[in-house]
Design a protein around this ligand. Structure first.
Ligand SMILES: C[S@@+](CC[C@H](N)C(=O)[O-])C[C@H]1O[C@@H](n2cnc3c(N)ncnc32)[C@H](O)[C@@H]1O
Length: 425
């Protein structure tokens, strides 16, 4: 059993807080025992006075060494081994999760001493205290809140207190990172949707998203912690490279493309085509997509651009017309008989890859489809185009089967087809 004895002028307050919820249940199951001791009970004077004026003058009072010592000695007498004694003090070392682990796993008995007034007589500290711990660079009225914080952080790491080590292993400060944002039901609250990556049911994707968010948060909020991280793994290197990309110029807006956008669109398409060539993905070729395709899309109002700070950063076509080549799907099937919108000819400018603009593009497709009363989105891509498949899977699209597109020999006409059911916001 793990023991914590707390020396305080307010044992009821401390006892009440630490006997609630998880720590209360752990005490009922004899995994923990937390006792709060009234320092006043160890005075020798009738008034139960525990403080006196500071030598050398000055305002306030100091907790005297003797009642503290008597209380401490009384607690020690109950145990064979001298308990590790901590004085909660703004002059101590700032408490961290590392200290919580050390105290939970290397000790089995703590005495926490709460000061009050101006503090406690140094001679008690010199004689009885093993370490001084501070809650942070601020001053509290008394040590009780600090003692409760330390006791709580230590106790939840004592084996058996939480049901599973997983409960604390992914939390903030466990391995030097801050935790990723958490969400619970409903999926949309006050118009704010849960990030789509968390709804895919794909464990690897969820883990990757969480790691990315943790790194991002830690870098933004705690650069001191971020600097100390070991990010040498291949996966982390990839995430760090993504996070190092420049931020998108704001605002990011989606609007129907105009003929004047054609040069910018063609530049983005050329970059995407070069990337596909370099990646040996036989999806686009010299005859597709070309300016005529986009001019047709623009004239039908089906071509859109995403602008970043006014400049075109991405392009896509969203069509509500049934796609002829989707009719003959093999190795699977589409959702039955639903009107849908399909995404074609989409690409993000090279400089904005990895910045989240592609995700914004998919979100824009979803909003536009919903605005047209369509609740299904379809898209196809080459099976070697892992970037596109990753993007759509992360955004909740599901693989439906294989289709053949109109690609002249020697090009590969085979495509993998995906679909997503949209939920109105
Ligand atoms: C008003 S404080 C005394 C501060 C002291 N005169 C000083 O300037 O360092 C009274 C008691 O609150 C507790 N306390 C105050 N700030 C604390 C902190 N940041 N962390 C832990 N304990 C604290 C200590 O037990 C301390 O003895």
């Amino acid at each position: 059993m793990y023991h914590i004895d707390i020396m305080t002028l307010f044992p009821d307050t401390v006892g009440d807080v630490l006997s609630e919820s998880i720590l209360g249940r752990a005490q009922e199951r004899d995994i923990l025992r937390i006792d709060a001791h009234q320092i006043r009970d160890y005075t020798l004077n009738r008034q139960k006075q525990v403080d006196d004026y500071p030598y050398g003058g000055g305002r306030g009072a100091v907790l005297q060494a003797d009642p503290l010592y008597r209380c401490w000695a009384h607690i020690c007498a109950r145990y064979e081994k001298r308990p590790h004694t901590i004085y909660l003090s703004p002059c101590g070392k700032t408490f961290t999760q590392g200290d919580a682990k050390r105290l939970a796993w290397e000790q089995d008995h703590l005495i926490l001493v709460c000061g009050h007034y101006e503090g406690i007589d140094q001679r008690f500290i010199d004689e009885c205290v093993d370490e001084e711990i501070s809650l942070g660079d601020f001053v509290l009225t008394g040590g009780e809140i600090a003692a409760m914080a330390v006791a709580d952080a230590v106790c939840r790491l004592v084996p058996g207190v939480l049901s599973d080590a997983e409960c604390f292993e992914n939390e903030s400060h466990w391995d030097g990172l801050l935790e990723y944002p958490q969400y619970s039901r409903p999926e949309v609250w006050h118009g704010r949707a849960v990030p789509p990556e968390l709804l895919t049911g794909d464990h690897a994707q969820v883990e990757r998203w969480r790691r990315r968010q943790s790194l991002l948060r830690t870098r933004e909020r705690r650069p001191d912690l971020y600097e100390k991280l070991d990010l040498t793994s291949k996966a982390d290197q990839k995430l760090v490279a993504e996070l190092s990309r420049p931020a998108l110029p704001q605002p990011v807006e989606c609007r129907p493309a105009a003929q004047a956008d054609l040069p910018a669109i063609q530049a983005i398409i050329a970059q995407a085509r070069a990337w596909m060539d370099a990646s040996r993905i036989d999806q686009w070729n010299e005859n597709y997509p070309i300016a005529e395709d986009f001019l047709g899309d623009i004239s039908r109002g089906e071509c859109y651009v995403l602008t970043c700070g006014g400049a075109v950063g991405a392009v896509f076509t969203l069509s509500a017309r049934p796609e002829p080549c989707y009719a003959a799907i093999t190795d699977g099937k589409w959702s039955a008989g639903q009107p849908y919108a399909s995404i074609h000819r989409c690409a993000v400018a090279e400089q904005w890859r990895g910045t989240g603009l592609a995700r914004r593009m998919i979100e824009a497709c979803e909003e536009l489809a919903l605005a047209q009363g369509l609740q299904w989105l379809r898209v196809d891509t080459h099976k070697k185009n892992k970037a596109m498949q990753g993007l759509i899977r992360r955004n909740g699209f599901q693989y439906r089967g294989n289709v053949l597109v109109d690609a002249p020999p020697p090009h590969d006409p085979r495509r993998v087809a995906y679909e997503k059911r949209l939920k109105p916001l």
